[in-house]
Design a protein around this ligand. Structure first.
Ligand code: SAH
Ligand code: DHB
Ligand code: MG
Length: 216
């Protein structure tokens, strides 16, 4: 470890959170309503939402494709980074989640910038043309991450961004026998991502770890 490397602790993340634009009352009510309707509390956190916004603004992204909508929490964070006329397409397999997200996107400040597609990410991604997207955010079933990566590289324009959630495998990245049945898929995917020459990527240690990659 170089002398200027600091070991980041939970205290640092608390410090970061306190100094980062947090969620507004709308997103807080969305989370509460989702909980009430029995939707699992597995969305990204506010610091990661803010980070995704910053990255999308820097990239001047106009068209974003998200796989794994859940309640629409990350979708609304990201859509708020888009210019007028920008669109975030978000894909969700479960009807219950897609319906909830549609309802909440409709009453959000970015209602005109979110389209919820109900279906399997693996087939819905195929309906978008080559070079369609400025960025993708992959956060659905982890076993399909390699497929979503491949489709992302087709969808992205050169210089486009592929962002992938849960690179730390729900905290079980270094476990030899992880209890979460999706953790091994993440461990394998990280190796795929690291070997993909078409992507200049890095894992950002926010939330459960978030890949940010630029398509060369
Ligand atoms: N991005 C969301 C969290 C997504 S949780 C947020 O941060 O707010 C993962 C979601 O992916 C769940 O809603 C799950 O139903 C959905 N999902 C699982 N498999 C899928 C598939 N094959 N295609 C599309 N969505 C899928
Ligand atoms: C799970 C999925 C996620 O995308 C996440 O960020 C956290 C948990 C899960 O399936 O348990
Ligand atoms: Mg996730």
């Amino acid at each position: 470890m170089a002398l200027d490397d600091t070991l980041v602790t939970a205290r640092h993340f608390e410090y970061i959170a306190k100094r980062t634009t947090g969620e507004d009352t709308f997103l807080a009510s969305l989370r509460a309503a989702a909980k009430k309707e029995g939707i699992p509390p597995i969305s990204i956190g506010p610091a990661q939402g803010s980070f995704l916004q910053i990255v999308l603004k820097l990239a001047r992204a106009k068209t974003v494709v998200e796989v794994g909508t859940l309640a629409g929490y990350s979708a609304i964070w990201m859509a708020r980074a888009l210019p007028p006329g920008g669109v975030l397409h978000t894909i969700e397999y479960l009807e219950k989640h897609a319906d909830f997200a549609r309802r909440w996107a409709a009453k959000s400040d970015v209602a005109d910038r979110i389209i919820v597609h109900q279906g399997d990410g693996r087939s819905v991604m195929k309906t978008f043309p080559d070079g369609f997207a400025d960025a993708t955010f992959l956060d659905a079933d982890k076993k399909s991450y390699p497929i979503y990566l491949k489709e992302s590289l087709r969808l992205l324009r050169p210089g486009g961004l592929v962002m992938v959630d849960n690179a730390f495998a729900f905290g079980q990245l270094f476990d030899k026998k992880p209890t979460d049945d999706e953790a091994p898929a993440v461990q394998k995917f990280n190796e795929v991502m690291a070997r993909t020459k078409e992507v200049h990527g890095i894992i950002v240690p926010l939330g459960d770890g978030c890949w940010v990659g630029v398509k060369r």
